[in-house]
Design a protein around this ligand. Structure first.
Ligand code: DHB
Length: 303
């Protein structure tokens, strides 16, 4: 039988399916439910220094082939969230803590806190498409990506995974900057900057007007980004964007990802989506004679 285990740099995972940031992940109970459903690790909602309420409603709208949201980085702040991370870690779960800050100092402070709480890695949100002073406002500039990554690397021992924005001309350039900063891996992609207008009220639907688009519609964008990144850097890539089933995960793996994150699909499919994706991966691997994940990573890149 095929071996589903994988490695993201030094981080060993029982399978390649990880819960993406921002989906059913603000409490230990929710994170443990994803692990029960088969996720090898979970990523927290992005954590900031202080509690934040986020934008007023409407913050989410479901579209034909995906979901558009602008939550405004709501989170309970690092002191409360640290306790949730510790509960999952104490129960044997692997938590990748997503953090956001205004600058390298804030990112480094948060990274130290999540390391102390028991996180197995830290994901840097350099890619939220619509938060003023945060996310992609910093992460669209390769020099800032390098600087923040390098500061966090100097502050913690756990692996550091910058999460990149697809809303740029050259995402591979951002990945190279992350690699220069010492990143252990990069995560691609965060949501695609998008908008929905309701013609009957002649207004954008989201209170923030602009949001981040996720779900099946963005998968081809994510796969292309991973393909470009994997051709430009030596560090591992974690793929994300529109994965619902084993075949979707295989696209990312064959583009060059060694693990994948699943978020939006947890809404309709529930936390069992991780187990289902893994079962479908295993069936494919057995059918095609792939012994392990590594044998498939970047398989579509050769020609
Ligand atoms: C939010 C953050 C993100 O990183 C993203 O991709 C979408 C939304 C938010 O909290 O608003």
């Amino acid at each position: 039988m095929a071996d589903l285990s994988t490695k993201v740099g030094a981080l060993r995972l029982g399978n390649p399916a990880i819960l993406a940031s921002g989906i059913s992940d603000v409490t230990a109970e929710l994170m443990l439910a994803a692990i029960d459903g088969g996720a090898a690790a979970v990523v927290t909602k992005s954590i900031g220094l202080k509690p934040r309420e986020g934008h007023k409603n409407p913050t989410v709208v479901e579209l034909e082939n995906g979901v558009l949201n602008a939550m405004g980085l709501p989170n309970p702040g690092i002191s409360i969230y640290s306790k949730e991370i510790s509960k999952v870690a104490d129960a044997g779960g692997k938590v990748i803590a997503s953090v956001f800050g205004k600058n390298a100092t804030e990112f480094s402070f948060l990274a130290k806190k999540v390391q102390a709480a028991g996180a197995c890695a830290v994901e840097l949100n350099l890619s939220c498409p619509h938060a003023k002073g945060y996310g992609a406002e910093l992460g669209s500039d390769p020099e800032i990506v390098r600087e923040i990554t390098s500061a966090v690397k100097r502050s913690v021992k756990i692996p550091v995974f910058p999460k990149l924005t697809p809303n740029v001309a050259d995402i591979a350039g951002l990945a190279k900057a992350a690699e220069r900063g010492g990143a252990d891996a990069v995560v691609a992609i965060n949501t695609v900057k998008a908008m929905k207008i309701d013609p009957w009220v002649a207004m954008p639907v989201l209170s923030n007007r602009i949001g981040g688009y996720s779900g099946p519609a963005i998968r081809p964008i994510g796969v292309r980004c991973v393909y470009e990144i994997a051709g430009a850097v030596k560090i591992p890539v974690i793929g994300a964007g529109g994965i619902t089933n084993g075949s979707d995960a295989l696209e990312y793996i064959m583009a060059g990802a060694c693990a994948v994150q699943i978020g939006t699909a947890v809404g309709p499919a529930g936390t069992n989506v991780f187990g289902t994706v893994c079962a479908e991966l295993e069936a494919f691997m057995d059918a095609r004679g792939y012994r392990n994940i590594k044998a498939m990573v970047g398989k579509a890149r050769c020609a």
